[in-house]
Design a binder for this molecule. Structure first.
Ligand code: ARG
Ligand code: ZN
Length: 875
């Protein structure tokens, strides 16, 4: 049965303290949980206590120290019911037995590389013991861990370390950890094993010394130093940007190799997918460094937005995730280049969230119904959730936003809060009316804004008509207009923004126009020349903007806009128009042509030495095949798109001519590798130029790529060249891929890059190659990183081969998902999301995708995760 937001009830009981006593064993871990429970005044259904489990094995249960006879309780793997409990505080002691080695779902207590580790968000704690496993039950935890010394010399849990020592006369030892901050069960963590460590310390703004540790597999300590540096910068940044100080004596990060998601913010003991911790020049790309920095920051920032203030229920997930993504984006913008970071984030949003919002899996930033909460850790909750917080800041201004955040922290520290609480803090701190704005949390679908401008030279008036509409989405047919902040400027003939002396038709504050009606005509007076409108600067709202603007005006905007984001956007728009027209041409058997304005715009950006190299690289990259498919939106033919894009890149390469080669040459020889954003930007530009050169197909370009690959002294350059070679149809491709594999045969994280490239090759033989690689010693179906690298990148990024006209790509994914579902439902369901845009395909592919989906849906015994995705995808 679905869970609905409107059915929320406070818990009948609450738990004040939890004592966990683990006796670790690879196949039979014993846990004694001692819970201090109290009826929750008004809500208690007196006498009957229900605790949830999930494949949980009960050994015994005692109430106030007395063992309960079997008749006093009822236990199944998913529920423990105890009748006639006292109507005052009482102690329940529950003994469970856990087999961590058999846990392939990677939820609850499991093993990774011989170590013990836990993942409890969202509903994993119930796989450890029966509990009120919901985020509005906040308890103080004490954890005692006992294990064989040889097996697990390191014993970790949340909070501050307490007593520890050997157990006399045995080969075992123990450690006790105490976390004084009340927390929900999803933030519990325990890690034990034989691990390497690096240590450091941080002095907080009030002068408290915090011990910092990062644990990893032995031998990888040297790859943890960048993460440690990022952690210290995150801690300082949260103090200066938000006034938030760390609160325990110690902060621990553990990197593990088997992990369903990116990382987890367990109080004082963050557990990470090792790909977001480990980085060194030989094995990590610049993108990896940026991801490590961003995820380290994200999890650390959760200490306040997520842990000190948590969520009342899982519908409020964006309360912590959207806000924390916003905070990590801001951190990275401050550490690196703000415009470059913004463009990267918007590209991710458009590539991942827009298709979700426009397909069968669309849901509001705050959903109102779910079957399986694991399927709601989505781009909508995370990335669109962050955009909503960003809009709030745009609407309130930096000071109003900070005042609202301060009040939120002040008012709700220690609470399990809601979106209403969050918005009330901003409304109360600033006096703003956020009622209409709140629709951003409730209405799914990407709003479309249609803009039309008209200049009257005689009246010196510029009229801008803005119409907004939110498309229908599953369960939401009719939508209301939203409060949408449009940052804008009117660019005058000399390239600077024109001043206007009056405005009517909309509230305009500084450079922000507040769109609140379905349609508004904004009249600017005293405008001395025809302006080029620059709308949605910095992508001030997560919308699609359609604007009637000529290629000449876009070229002008690409050259002059004072907003770097919109300079990038102007080039993207030009390129997109070319690609959409070109795809139509290819489909109709015509040869596509390339607009001279596009080549001129690219040339201008490439040669503008005042622009940072990273920005120039982003601009030269142009929309992906998937971007074009999304823009076309119906009857998509991925082969026509790929052909048009190939043709366009060839023409751009010819148009830019020797400039490409000259600029490429100038960027060579950067000296000693450093991972900072500046150096990374140079590498990004150089690799982008190389890729465009090879798109031209000349022998000289291919030679340059091979040379680039062989002489690279860092992973960014090596992988950049390899990716270029892999995507071009060259005889050299397989030899280069093999060489890369052989060089890194013992490094699983690097081999993921190789698997990804193998899966991304746009050639007919790729699917057979992938089927072969499933049996390669470097692949392991039990490891989510391997699965995502090989199968996830095939289904998610290889447009022509996943969408083969014969449907073999769909059949392969269906078979793989069915197989994986029995082992790891969360990861299986995640892969299945690759079908989310199936209805936008042309009829032949659409029918084949539907067949594959129906075959999955017909299978008996699907996990709730996969059943939920397949049902909604087909609905
Ligand atoms: N809270 C984590 C983060 O975003 C994500 C953990 C989600 N885990 C899961 N199994 N659904 O930082
Ligand atoms: Zn998070």
């Amino acid at each position: 049965a679905p869970i609905r937001l409107r059915d929320y009830r406070a818990p009948a009981f609450t738990i004040d303290t939890v004592l966990l006593d683990f006796k670790l064993d690879p196949v039979a871990t014993h846990l004694t949980a001692t819970l201090s429970i109290r009826p929750n005044s008004a809500e208690a259904v007196l006498g009957r206590l229900e605790l949830v489990g999930d494949e949980t094995v009960l050994k015994s249960v005692s109430l106030d120290g007395a063992l309960l006879a079997p008749g006093r309780y009822h236990a199944t793997p998913s529920l423990l019911v105890i009748e006639d409990v006292p109507d005052t505080v009482f102690t329940l002691t529950i003994e469970t037995i856990i087999d961590p080695s058999a846990n392939t779902k990677l939820m609850g207590l499991y093993r990774t590389s011989g170590n013990y580790c836990t993942q409890c968000e969202a509903e994993g704690f119930r796989r450890i013991t029966y509990f009120l496993d919901r985020p509005d039950v906040l308890a103080v935890y004490t954890t005692r861990i006992e294990a064989r010394k040889s097996e697990a010399p390191i014993l970790l849990a949340n909070g501050n370390p307490g007593e520890s020592g050997d157990i006399p006369g045995t080969d075992r030892h123990f450690a006790v950890w105490h976390d004084p901050f009340p927390k929900p069960s999803y933030l519990f963590a325990m890690v034990a094993g034989d691990l390497g460590v690096i240590t450091d310390s941080f002095t907080t703004m009030s002068g408290r010394e915090v011990e910092l540790r990062i644990y990893c597999e032995h031998g990888k300590e040297g790859r943890c130093t960048y993460a440690m540096d990022a952690l210290k910068r995150s801690m300082r940044w949260d103090e200066t940007a938000f006034g938030r100080e760390y609160d325990l004596d110690i902060f621990i990060i553990v990197a593990v190799s088997d992990f369903n998601m990116g990382a987890m913010e367990n109080k004082g003991l963050n557990v990470f997918n090792d790909k977001y911790v480990l980085a060194d020049p030989d094995t990590a790309t610049d993108a990896d460094y940026a991801n490590v920095e961003g995820v380290i920051a994200h999890e650390y920032f959760h200490n306040w937005t997520g842990n000190r203030i948590t969520c009342r229920d899982w519908f409020q997930l964006c309360l912590k995730e959207g806000l924390t993504v916003f905070r990590d984006q801001e951190f990275s913008s401050d550490m690196r280049s703000r415009p470059v970071k913004r463009i990267a984030d918007v590209r991710t949003l458009q590539a991942r969230q827009f298709p979700e919002d426009g397909g069968p899996l669309a849901h509001p930033v705050r959903p109102e119904i779910y079957h399986e909460i694991s399927n709601f850790y989505t781009p909508t909750v995370y990335e669109k959730g962050a955009e909503v917080v960003r809009m709030l800041k745009t609407i309130l201004g930096p000071d109003g936003f900070r005042a609202g955040m301060d009040l939120y922290f002040d008012r709700h520290d220690g609470d399990a809060a809601t979106i209403e609480d969050f918005l009330a803090a901003f409304a109360d701190a600033t006096g703003a009316d956020l009622e209409q704005f709140a629709l951003w949390y409730a209405q799914a679908g990407t709003p479309q804004i249609v803009a039309k401008g008209q200049y009257d030279a005689n009246a010196r008036v510029y009229k801008l008509t803005l119409a907004q509409s939110v498309p229908s989405t599953p369960g939401q047919l009719v939508k209301k207009p939203m409060h949408t902040p449009i940052r804008f400027g009117l660019i005058g003939p000399n390239g600077a923004d024109i001043a206007f002396d009056e405005v009517s038709g909309a509230r305009v504050e500084g450079d922000v126009l507040h769109l609140t009606e379905a349609s508004q005509t904004v009249v600017f007076g005293g405008v001395g020349a025809r302006p080029v409108p620059s709308l949605l600067r910095g992508f001030s709202a997560p919308v699609r903007l359609a604007i009637d603007i000529s290629a000449e005006d876009l070229l002008f905007q690409a050259r002059t806009d004072s907003d770097p984001f919109n300079r990038w956007q102007a080039v993207q728009t030009l390129a997109m128009r070319n690609l959409v027209t070109g795809s139509g041409d290819v489909a109709a058997g015509r040869s596509p042509t390339v607009e001279p304005a596009l080549v001129a715009a690219l040339e201008g950006i490439l040669s503008d030495e005042t622009l940072e190299p990273a920005f120039r690289a982003q601009t030269l990259q142009m929309p992906s095949e998937a971007d074009v498919a999304r823009e076309i939106g119906h009857d998509v033919d991925p082969d026509a798109i790929a052909a048009a894009r190939k043709r366009l890149r060839l023409a751009v390469c010819e148009g830019l001519g020797n400039t490409l080669f000259v600029r490429y040459g100038l960027l060579s020889g950067g000296g000693q590798f450093t991972p900072d954003a500046r150096s990374a930007g140079r590498r990004a530009l150089r690799n982008t130029l190389l890729d465009l050169m090879v798109a031209g197909g000349s022998r000289a370009a291919i030679t340059a790529a091979l040379d680039h690959f062989e002489t690279a002294d860092n992973m960014t350059d090596r992988l950049g060249a390899l990716s270029t070679l892999a995507h071009a149809a060259l005889p050299e491709r397989q030899r280069a891929l093999d060489a890369f594999h052989d060089r890194y045969r013992d490094d699983p994280l690097v081999l993921d890059k190789w698997l990804t490239l193998e899966a991304s090759v746009p050639a007919d033989e790729t699917l057979d190659r992938i089927k072969l690689l499933l049996h390669h010693p470097s692949f392991a179906i039990g490891n989510p990183n391997r699965v995502r690298a090989l199968v996830g990148s095939f289904a998610g990024a290889n447009q022509t081969q996943f969408n083969r006209p014969d449907g073999a790509g769909y059949d392969f994914l269906a078979d793989f998902v069915l197989d994986l579902d029995r082992r790891n439902p969360q990861t299986a369901a995640r892969l299945l999301v690759s079908f989310r845009s199936w209805r936008a395909l042309e009829a032949g592919r659409r029918a084949r995708a539907e067949n594959a989906l129906k075959r999955i849906a017909a299978r008996d015994g699907l996990s709730p995760d996969t059943l939920d995705i397949v049902t909604r995808t087909l609905a």
